[in-house]
Design a protein around this ligand. Structure first.
Ligand code: ATP
Ligand code: MG
Length: 381
């Protein structure tokens, strides 16, 4: 009997998302080839890494030819590179979906087209356009680079129109070359995200809605399932499904939403597995990483049901001592094998429990043992 050759997935970008894809793909017998601009990346201990530039089409073309499918850990791989590769190999998500998610203006324009409201926004390319945008949408507002922003970087908050000069000085040059967007500041009640997967046949599955807490623009903690009314959950899923269908999306993606009263506003999407879906590794029947691999290899999707309530903590800058966490039942530690550095995501941990009351009690105990009060406080309200 012939054993079929294992599938190879080429991942562009070698950070912790690639690392966790490799960990999820190994039991499925999948092989990986990782590409990044540096060889010394987080996925390197687990998969072969080729270091090259994103415009080195000779190397990228050779690697693509050896893979069944090319996917992304890094959403800012140039869209032209993704388009070129898609002409030679299977790329998932497709280059149009990647390009749309790379540009906040295209992204928000699409949200409105599919009937998902957003904060008021204006494209800004010059100082005069910034003035006009402030006159149109008012302050407080956030000026953001259209491209390359992550973890709250490339953003400036304007409390009043008088902050326009400072905002322009911070972001106007040279970001204006690639464009800016001014958004009104949303006084949201909470932030949530839909993590969902869609396969080539159009099977669409969301995981339970996730509630997110950001500190200084960086995701600090997520809890799932989010305690919001079912009508809002269903509306969020319907928006995510429409978005996936509009983009003919294949793979896992995240849709970040603001909840304001009974309203949902679209903030942004990520065309990849997402930090706010890390709880699915331990708290769902199938993780976002495994389902991403299943979707892009055209395998049946796994069940996205939560097996229990979960809380996920991001470790930013340095890892705390694992022992206090590991002493708590149904608690899971994920270190990314990264050197400590301020602002850097170096790992996460997830606490699971049979029900919400037990989750709260485990979190309270943890907060006593570790310096977690700031992270846990919003959960205990
Ligand atoms: P990431 O990639 O980490 O999700 P990012 O840098 O791409 O983030 P955003 O998601 O747009 O940027 O912003 C980061 C956080 O800043 C949001 O999660 C939210 O807390 C806050 N924020 C962004 N835009 C707005 C807005 N218009 N109104 C209110 N808060 C906002
Ligand atoms: Mg975001």
């Amino acid at each position: 009997m012939n054993t079929p050759a294992p599938a190879t997935i080429c991942i562009l970008g070698g950070g912790q998302l690639a690392r966790m894809m490799v960990l999820a793909g190994a039991p499925l017998g999948v092989h990986f080839q990782v590409v990044d601009t540096h060889a010394d990346v987080c996925a390197a201990p687990l998969a072969p890494v080729t270091a090259t530039r994103w415009d080195d089409l000779v190397t990228l073309g050779r690697l693509a030819a050896q893979a069944q499918v090319i996917t992304f850990d890094y959403e800012n791989v140039p869209a032209e590179t993704a388009r070129w590769l898609a002409g030679r190999s299977h790329v998932a998500p497709n280059p149009h979906a990647l390009a749309t998610a790379q540009d906040r203006l295209a992204e928000k324009t699409l949200f409105q087209k599919i009937g998902l409201p957003t904060a008021a926004f204006r494209a800004v390319n010059t100082r005069a356009e910034l003035q006009q945008a402030i006159a149109d949408i008012g302050a407080p507002a956030i000026l953001k680079t259209r491209r390359m922003g992550y973890d709250g970087k490339g953003q400036y908050r304007l409390q009043s129109p008088q902050d326009a000069d400072a905002a322009w000085a911070a972001l106007g040059e040279p970001a204006a070359l690639h464009g800016l967007i001014l958004e009104s500041l949303v006084a949201f009640d909470q932030e949530v995200s839909v993590i969902a997967v869609r396969n080539r046949g159009g099977d669409f599955r969301p995981w339970p809605l996730t509630r997110n807490h950001h500190v200084g623009g960086i995701l600090s903690m997520s809890i799932a399932p989010a305690a919001v009314p079912d009508t809002l959950v269903q509306a969020a899923f319907a928006h995510a499904r429409k978005l996936a269908e509009a983009l003919d999306y294949v793979g896992v993606f995240a849709l970040e939403l603001f909840v304001r009263g009974s309203e949902l506003l679209g903030n942004e999407m990520a065309p990849r597995v997402h930090n706010s879906g890390h709880w699915t590794l331990d708290g769902a029947v199938t993780s976002q990483f495994e389902n991403h691999i299943r979707a892009i290899l055209d395998l049946p999707l796994g069940d996205t049901t939560a097996r229990c309530p979960s809380a996920m903590f991001n470790w930013i800058g340095e890892l705390p001592n694992a022992a206090a966490f590991l002493a708590t039942p149904d608690t899971h530690w994920h270190a990314y094998d990264k050197a400590a550095r301020p602002g850097r995501k170096v790992g996460h941990a997830t606490v699971c429990a049979p029900d919400q009351a037990e989750l709260q009690s485990r979190l309270q105990q943890l907060a006593k043992r570790m310096d977690l009060h700031a992270k846990v406080a919003p959960l205990l309200t």
